[in-house]
Design a protein around this ligand. Structure first.
Ligand code: SDX
Length: 432
């Protein structure tokens, strides 16, 4: 295949030459537009796991997997994590620009207005088995929210500001309430004098017998973590939200499916799996060699959680920031976590090992995040819930972009069929 010129490529099939348009993004990424391939050639493409396939043109997040660059709406993640609140970054993702003071105050006012959930929803928590995963509860509760807002059955883009902000505010309350219910503790309601993150922490940890002190350093650490998880272009859960959303379901139903996709241990569930892996290695006399060999063994399903990434071929820029924040917050809280030392050692061993070097396997966003969540007092089974709280604005922004794109059609991939060819039907009484 050769490029005729900047804007087209040639594809020769069975001696016939087809011309494919080349699409170039604002950062110079180039793609072959195959939207007419089947109609013109009779061929489809096959790309299991979509490693080579772009699903859309997007203006929200830019990744450079080789250079380790991550930008939301053009702003480097390092600048946003160092200078913004999560609410500011949520506004940026939803609206395409950072808010001015008036816009930010108005956005915060909507978040405060929508912080409560309908009291009837609190009874939902009483009917989950005690061992139910908080991710499962979150998905059910978010999906159920739409029934309290029948106006959403119309075009939710009509009232997007309210619809989106309502969910960003309530998901925090749902998460904290599910934790309190799981502990058998009285619910703590949101307060108007606390920030987005301060409210969440207070709803999680305040107790009648021992009031929770909302420490600025802890709020800052949570803000940073939520910002770092806020969007990541067309990852598994975001692609799920787009695909389900393309069928025309309401926003809350689409987000609920994204929560389920994120739950997977290969995706957002990895932050919980990392802590479980570190605890296993710690309990096994820190036998690093055993687990490194297991991770390399093709016959062993064990993989090093928190390492590797479909896009990054270098250190995940989010992982770098979280690793540094780990040391900072544990120092401030005067916590010494043996798992942090173990994580550092494991990283050093992996980054020196040819097997992992050859495969460009570096720590990703999930490798150190759990250490911070532990330090903040968040239980391991809620780590992926924290990922979902962070990713929500990104999912919503991507859903909105999909719904507003006039080229959007219902997502419906094809396949290569490898099953039985046509067979003559045999009635039941004639079958052997
Ligand atoms: C997230 O997409 C996103 O942007 C996701 C995310 C986001 O913000 O939305 O960044 C969040 O999901 C981060 C990833 C969290 N998952 C984990 O930490 C789970 C452990 N990682 C792996 O399972 C894996 O690296 C994936 C799932 C992240 C990526 O899988 P790929 O791209 O399909 O890569 P692969 O499985 O084909 O691996 C390529 C090679 C294989 O070896 P070979 O067959 O070439 O010999 O690398 C090996 C794999 O066996 N490999 C690992 C490994 N990850 C890949 N070997 C040991 N340990 C690992 N963690």
């Amino acid at each position: 295949m050769s490029n005729l010129n900047k804007d087209t490529a040639e594809l020769t099939i069975d001696g016939k030459v087809f011309t494919l348009p080349v699409v170039e993004g604002s950062m110079g990424e180039r793609a072959l537009d195959i939207s007419k391939l089947l109609q013109e050639t009779g061929y489809i493409t096959l790309d299991t796991g979509y490693k080579n396939t772009g699903s859309c043109v997007s203006t929200i997040t830019y990744l450079d997997g080789n250079k380790g660059i991550l930008r939301y709406r053009g702003y480097d993640i390092e600048d946003l994590a160092a200078n913004c609140s999560f609410v500011e970054v949520a506004y940026l993702l939803l609206h395409g620009r950072l808010p001015n003071e008036i816009e930010l105050e108005s956005f915060k006012g909507l978040i405060e207005r929508f912080a409560l959930i309908h009291e009837d929803m609190i009874h939902f928590f009483d009917h989950f088995p005690s061992h139910t995963s908080p991710m499962s509860i979150l998905s059910v509760m978010v999906n159920s929210l739409c029934h309290y807002y029948p106006e959403m059955s119309d075009d939710p883009l009509d009232d997007f500001e309210v619809t989106s902000t309502r969910l960003i505010s309530k998901i925090r309350t749902i998460a904290a309430f599910s934790y309190k219910k799981s502990m058998g503790h009285p619910l703590v309601y949101p307060r108007s004098d606390l920030s987005y993150c301060g409210n969440f922490l207070n709803m999680m940890f305040d107790k009648p017998v021992k009031p929770y002190v909302v420490r600025p350093e802890v709020v800052a650490a949570l803000n940073k973590l939520l910002i770092l998880h806020a969007d990541h272009e067309q990852n598994c859960s975001t692609s799920t939200v787009r695909l389900v959303g393309s069928a025309g379901v309401n926003l809350y139903a689409a987000i609920s499916t994204g929560i389920n996709a994120l739950w997977g241990p290969l995706h957002g569930g990895a932050n919980e799996a990392v802590i479980e892996m570190l605890e296993t290695i710690y309990a096994d006399d820190c036998n690093f060699e055993k687990y490194i060999n297991k991770a390399k063994d093709k016959n062993d399903p064990f993989r090093l959680s928190g390492f590797g990434h479909r896009v990054y071929r270098t250190y995940d820029p989010r992982g770098k920031i979280i690793k540094k924040a780990c040391d900072e917050i544990l120092n401030v809280l005067e916590i010494s976590d043996p798992l942090l030392d173990l994580a550092h050692t494991l990283e050093e061993i992996v980054l020196r090992d040819e097997y992992f070097i050859e495969r460009h396997l570096f720590p990703n966003v999930d490798f150190y995040s759990g250490i911070i969540y532990r330090a903040l007092g968040i239980p391991t089974n809620m780590f992926t819930v924290m990922f979902a709280l962070g990713r929500l604005p990104g999912w919503i922004a991507q859903w909105k972009e999909m719904r507003e794109d006039p080229s959007t059609r219902i997502g419906r991939p094809r396949q290569v069929y490898a099953g039985e060819t046509a067979r003559k039907f045999v009635p039941l009484d004639e079958r052997s």
